[in-house]
Design a protein around this ligand. Sequence first.
Ligand code: ADP
Ligand code: ADP
Length: 229
Amino acid sequence: MSAITVTDLTKRYAPNGPAAVDGLSLTVEPGSIFGFLGPNGAGKTTTIKILTGLLSATSGTARIDGLDVARDRAGAMSRLGAVLEGSRNVYWTLSAWQNLVYFGRLKGLRRAAAGARAERLLTEIGLWDRRGEQVGTFSRGMQQQVAIAAALIADPAVLLLDEPTLGLDVAATRAVKDRLRALARDEGKTILLTTHQLDVVEELCDRVAVINRGRAVADLPTRELLAQS
Ligand code: ADP
Ligand code: ADP
């Protein structure tokens, strides 16, 4: 079973308006990293909002770990973590520890379980010793690491990331790439990310889909995409 399955997905924001997503189909295999590429306005954000249950599709289906987002939103969301706006989805005035425990509680974890998960995640990203410091005082790279950890708090199978390395310096970009690769390789997480950075595609993505005007114009292993260019 695929970790993410989008089938003939169409979204019109207005009843007779243009299709922002136009009959899009794609599948992402478990444990792989999938790059979702395309120019601005191509329909990437619309697709991601449907996958996260923020928008409903006009027609077609989106499934996370086999669960239809429209029919079983709670089930699908329990298998999904998302970092949609860089590190803006964490609270800057809360500490790293408070952020993770807070998101864990929101996801329905008991306090002890949320704490255990937070400890493990903060240790993995090297922030355990700084867990009591406000996230707003961290570097952008570390804020992004905390945002990724928050998305992972309930141990979802699937992680969605919108431009995960946008605006990060070289060292932080390296750290985020290493982190995402380790999550896929060592923990079997399935990752779908959008990016405009070729180095991210090259180094990280197993497969890419290029979309334009809501349609897939390419969907192939990264090495084939690179061989063409
Ligand atoms: P991308 O993320 O690839 O830049 P989007 O999914 O944001 O693309 O946009 C796809 C199309 O849908 C664009 O033509 C955009 O103008 C349109 N669109 C996006 N959001 C809305 C909205 N809330 N209302 C109407 N049209 C929208
Ligand atoms: P600043 O941007 O405030 O100058 P740096 O990015 O130089 O901070 O990072 C300061 C410390 O944090 C360094 O020890 C660096 O290795 C570490 N660091 C940087 N980015 C990350 C990251 N994404 N995750 C974990 N540690 C990081």
